[in-house]
Write a protein that binds this ligand. Structure first.
Ligand code: ADP
Ligand code: MG
Ligand code: MG
Length: 884
């Protein structure tokens, strides 16, 4: 196999094989940009290594060939005692996993070559600094020694000397640290630091392969839904040195602001530093504008390259670079992660700049981002006590109790507390804490720091680099310079859009985007970008979007949000509260007259319910599901009732009604109510309920029509398994429709259809379609019934284990199981349409608002999706994206 590719052999299309970093390094080399030469070991080699537990045959030889070539090109040998070639060994998977995996710099240094490097560079401090970095990274990454051992020793050295800046350590201090670090390796790994350069390199390669399976990498992939079996590539690249004095440095930049989407370059630069110093937030960085003052030539060249890259990738790029003694080198680029706000704004800006068209712009944003933008913000008018201001790294308004380590964050979050994770800076170890926190606050690091990058990726609110806050994680507190101290458990509020940190709980208000959807004029660049992309999505999409709404209020909001009707109006809540009594009356009635009296009372109330909904959705179709849940849900609890009866007995006050009620509750009691007397089964066994509802719907529609409006009721029968069930119920409803039309002398356009939510219904959809005018896929029940999962129980009991063990990557209740449940949907849609070409098809499960599921529903040719009001804009956007 071809395990190793030179940078010159790759390009950006080969991400799967070369990883994102390798493919883009190749792309940049081929564009003629200044990239230190090197080569890439493929993800295929990593997969083979992980499967076999050893390096695949031929890999070592191919690495040697490419290393020879690199040495020739550079005119130096790896780790040569007089003039050493040094390399970095860098991980790089197909999907970016910022900070998740391992990289080792300065490979090739040993006790001899460090002297050679010192002579060649005429800078012994630089050589020693490079060596101590190698020992530190090699010890941590390759030998698995806890990083704190090294950083504690490093801090100790600074303390001993009474300095705070890394740069104040001189060559002798660094020599001392080199010895200390070697001692730490001896102590914790039980070996001497390997002096053989090739052995260093081979061990580092292996460590990169292994880093694919570290806990934090596994966790990150699950969070980001990245497949487990891709593996990482490994890049071996000649070193360039940002730590070679003050005319050198390292930096990270973006071609646009990744937080706001504003046009114009954005970046952080650090003099006399190697790359990882910038991201780690160890020292405070300067802006690109400041870099221009320091080294105008490199700065201008960098800006020109940023333009080239953005034009080439036609997207916002994220770039890592190093300057070695005034010479600029490019070390990485990729299409940059961005906040939801930036995604919308950048897409529209780029379309306006002619870099992409509107279809492309639409493909650059997604429903999850839009959902994020609909979150509430802090109230501008509320009184706030400002504690400090950091950088607006990832937007949102987060309120919670301050916690200072990831373990407490997890523990408290599990107890249902909202927490804000506060750190000096974050490391990949904090990942789990960041996932459960409402927000992340750091006192160090810029918008390109680990905290910022990871929080943005997760859509988590983040304020970083709030330098005026003195964070003490050991004590569990932070102190505002010259002011208040916040201790663990105190409530704080952080604004990821402004970078502000507030004392206490600040009230939140609706987002600009929601206010815009509500019809308000909102003069915000973000709102304009969202509006333009929504308009484009609406012009593209084939799927209609309806809403699940049970009240006129929800229906009205959904309509303002763009809903084109109601796909599911649940009627069960209409039997709760005071109306419970009426349902009890129905059930305990001694005879038909008693039942009818109870039903008549319900009819009046139901008619009014439906009338209000028809008003709110005037002119648009309204699908109403007849009563679905088991009846006992409307009756008193069996135990409570028995106790009440016993008490009454003792007091000698037996009550007739209670006794009857208890008998009814006992009669209706079921072991598996979700598989019991519910849905169409109720309609067949207690026909009065269904017919009352049908009458209420039709009378309300008639009233609406006579009042000059337009009502389009669609009566939906739940839980049908066989066409016979549907026919029985449908005949009765049709008779009612006929009666109502005659009584009122008014034609009432209406449809009768069914839910497809049982596997048997899906498998016999052809027959059912003969009796139905529409199908609505009830994918919640269909998922429950197909997998045999009780959806009220499984999420809490064993889903976490299932997710961990990879039975599915995401709960099938969240995102449709395309292979299983989806196959039933596809078959039912096809068979149904074949039997009845006019059959109208929709979906009303939670999946109707889930982006991935929406793409599937578009593909199988449904007519509409239906989702909760707040998901309607998301569904519109995704329905538009699904046809691109
Ligand atoms: P990550 O994927 O975590 O960003 P990288 O492989 O990009 O890890 O390495 C981290 C940093 O190390 C880079 O930003 C870069 O500054 C520095 N680095 C990597 N390779 C080299 C090299 N050949 N010369 C100089 N610096 C390097
Ligand atoms: Mg990097
Ligand atoms: Mg159902």
């Amino acid at each position: 196999s071809h395990w190793v590719f030179d940078f010159a052999e790759g390009d950006k299309s080969k991400k799967d094989l070369l990883g994102g970093k390798g493919a883009n390094l190749a792309e940049m080399s081929n564009l003629g940009l200044p990239v230190p030469p090197g080569f890439t070991i493929t993800t295929e080699a990593c997969r083979a290594y992980l499967a076999e537990g050893r390096e695949p045959d031929g890999l070592a030889d191919q690495v040697s060939e490419h290393l020879d070539k690199l040495e020739k090109d550079m005119g130096r040998g790896l780790g040569d005692a007089d003039d050493p070639l040094l390399v970095s060994v860098r991980s790089g998977a197909a999907f970016s996993m910022p900070g998740m995996m391992e990289t080792v710099l300065n490979i090739g240094l040993n006790d001899e070559s460090v002297a050679g490097l010192a002579r060649q560079s005429e800078d012994e401090r630089f050589a020693m600094d490079s060596y101590r970095r190698l020992l530190q990274m090699f010890g941590g990454t390759v030998l698995g020694i806890h990083g704190e051992h090294f950083s504690d020793a490093f801090d100790q050295a600074k303390d001993d000397k009474g300095v705070t800046d890394d740069l104040d350590l001189d060559v002798d201090d660094l020599k001392g640290l080199v010895e200390t670090f070697k001692g730490l390796i001896r102590e914790h790994a039980g070996i001497e630091f390997p002096q053989d350069p090739r052995e260093q390199m081979d061990l580092a390669i292996r460590a990169v392969f292994d880093s694919w399976n570290t806990d934090r990498a596994v966790l990150y992939r699950r969070q980001e839904r990245i497949p487990e079996d891709l593996g990482t590539a490994v890049n071996i690249q000649a070193m360039v040195f940002g730590n070679r004095g003050m005319s050198s440095g390292s930096g990270v930049c973006f071609t646009r602001d990744p937080a706001s989407g504003d046009q114009g370059e954005y970046g952080d630069y650090l003099q006399n530093a190697q790359g990882e110093d910038v991201v780690a937030g160890i020292r405070n960085t300067v802006s690109l504008a400041d870099m221009e003052q320091i080294d105008k030539t490199s700065h201008d060249e960098l800006l020109a390259i940023m333009k080239t890259l953005e034009a080439h990738y036609r997207d916002m790029c994220d770039i890592e670079f190093t300057v070695e003694q005034g010479k600029l080198w490019m070390l990485q680029t990729r299409v940059g992660k961005r906040t939801p706000e930036a995604a919308f704004r950048i897409a529209v800006h780029m379309a306006d700049e002619g870099l992409i068209d509107m279809d492309e712009a639409l493909s650059r944003v997604n429903g999850e981002q839009l959902a994020n933008l609909m979150f509430p913000r802090f109230d501008d008018k509320a009184e706030k006590k400002l504690l400090g201001v950091g950088m607006n790294a990832s937007p949102g308004a987060a309120v919670g109790k301050a916690v200072f380590d990831w373990a407490t964050a997890v523990e408290w979050a599990e107890q249902g507390e909202d927490v804000i994770l506060v750190r000096k800076e974050t490391t990949p170890e904090d990942l789990h804490g960041m996932m459960v926190a409402k927000g992340v606050l750091t006192s160090r690091g810029g918008k390109t720091s680990h905290a910022a990058v990871v929080a943005r990726g997760m859509g988590r609110t983040c304020v970083c680099g709030a330098e005026s806050l003195d964070v003490d994680t050991r004590e569990g507190e932070f102190t505002v310079r010259g002011g208040k101290t916040i201790v663990e458990g105190d409530v704080i509020s952080i604004d990821g859009s402004t970078g502000e940190v507030f004392d206490g709980e600040v009230p939140v208000v609706p987002s600009f985007v929601v206010r815009h959807f509500e019809g308000e004029e909102v003069d915000q660049p973000l709102v304009q970008a969202v509006a333009r992309l929504m308009e484009h999505a609406d012009s593209k999409r084939r799927l209609k979007v309806r809403t699940n709404a049970d009240t006129a209020e929800d229906a009205g909001r959904a309509r303002r949000f763009g809903a084109q009707g109601i796909g599911l109006c649940r009627t069960e809540h209409m039997f709760l509260g005071e109306r419970r009594q009426l349902v009890e009356n129905l059930i305990v009635a001694d005879d038909e007259r008693g039942q009818e009296a109870a039903l008549d009372e319900l009819l009046v109330l139901q008619r009014q319910d439906f009338l209000e909904i028809f008003e709110a959705m005037d002119g648009l179709p309204v699908t109403i599901r007849l009563i679905d849940p088991p009846l006992h849900e409307f009756l008193p609890d069996i135990t409570e009732l028995s106790v009440a009866m016993a008490v009454a007995d003792v007091r000698g006050q037996r009550k007739k009604r209670q006794r009857k009620l208890l008998a009814a509750v006992q009669r209706l009691h079921e072991s598996n109510p979700m598989l019991g007397l519910r849905g169409v089964r109720l309609g067949i066994v207690i026909p009065g309920l269904f017919t009352m509802q049908a009458r209420a719907i039709l009378e309300a529609a008639a009233e609406r029509i006579r009042g000059g409006g337009q009502a389009q009721p669609e009566i939906m029968i739940p839980l049908v398994a066989s066409v016979r069930e549907l026919d029985l119920v449908k005949a009765r409803i049709e008779k009612i429709a006929h009666d109502v039309e005659t009584e009122l002398g008014q034609e009432i356009p209406h449809k009768i259809g069914t839910m497809i939510e049982l596997p048997r219904a899906a498998m016999t959809a052809g027959e059912i379609a003969g009796s139905a005018e529409f199908f609505s896929f009830g994918t919640n029940d269909l998922t429950q019934m197909t997998w045999g999962f009780s959806r009220d129980d499984v999420e809490a009991s064993f889903f976490s284990t299932y997710l961990e063990q990879g039975v599915f990557p995401v709960s099938p209740f969240e995102s449709l199981d395309v292979d299983g449940v989806g196959a039933l949907v596809r078959r039912a849609a096809t068979d149904g349409r074949e039997a009845n070409p006019d059959l109208h098809l929709g979906v009303c499960g939670e999946h109707g608002g889930d982006p991935l599921s929406i793409h599937f529903f578009n593909e199988v040719g449904l007519d509409y999706v239906s989702c909760s009001p707040f998901r309607v804009p998301v569904a519109r956007l995704e329905a538009g994206r699904s046809v691109l």
